[in-house]
Design a binder for this molecule. Structure first.
Ligand code: CTP
Ligand code: ZN
Length: 154
């Protein structure tokens, strides 16, 4: 059945983040530092019906391609999100974000006594204990973090 309306237009060049869990696009925008100062076009759809059932958010960013660390951060707030890289209106690459096995230099350890928070040049490092629901554990002090704590320490 032909769709009656187009919610958000296709983009010419840039990145589409689709299948974001409903409501999580705000976190994605914050990770990508997308705020009132941007000078490229971003379209956001919040809590729209997904053809695959349920609801989702979508973020489309023109003329911006994401870095590895940005994708890793997104994987932690929006598991299952798909990334489509668009060039000249065509999808040149499409993949689902994946939580890395080891999270290095992305999430800070909230334990102030952890060596990763000392003057030593030790980058925060976490091991993924569970993907769903996400639980990560500090490699140094064993502190475990779940969903909201991860977001607070991104
Ligand atoms: N898209 C876009 N601009 C383009 C091409 C694609 O904004 N020039 C967007 C689509 O609107 C969609 C995403 O990129 O949000 C992935 O496109 P596509 O794989 O064609 O969509 P679907 O088949 O609906 O994907 P899925 O099965 O992942 O829902
Ligand atoms: Zn720690």
């Amino acid at each position: 059945m032909a769709e009656k309306t187009l919610l958000v237009s296709k983009i010419n060049n840039g990145t589409v983040i689709d299948h974001i869990p409903p409501g999580k696009s705000f976190k994605v925008l914050s990770i990508l530092n997308i705020d009132s100062r941007i000078s490229y076009t971003v379209t956001v759809a919040v809590h729209v019906m997904s053809r695959k059932g349920g609801f989702k958010d979508i973020v489309k960013i023109e003329d911006r391609f994401l870095q590895r660390d940005e994708l890793d951060r997104i994987s932690m707030v929006a598991p299952g999100a798909t990334i489509s890289i668009i060039k000249n209106y065509e999808i040149v690459e499409k993949f689902t974000v994946k939580i890395p096995e080891e999270i290095v230099g992305i999430v800070n350890c909230p334990n102030q006594n952890c060596i990763s928070n000392s003057k030593e040049p030790v980058k925060a490092r976490f091991i993924v204990r569970s993907q769903k629901p996400i639980v990560i554990q500090c490699f140094y002090c064993q502190k475990q973090l779940s969903d909201s704590e991860i977001v607070a320490n991104l």
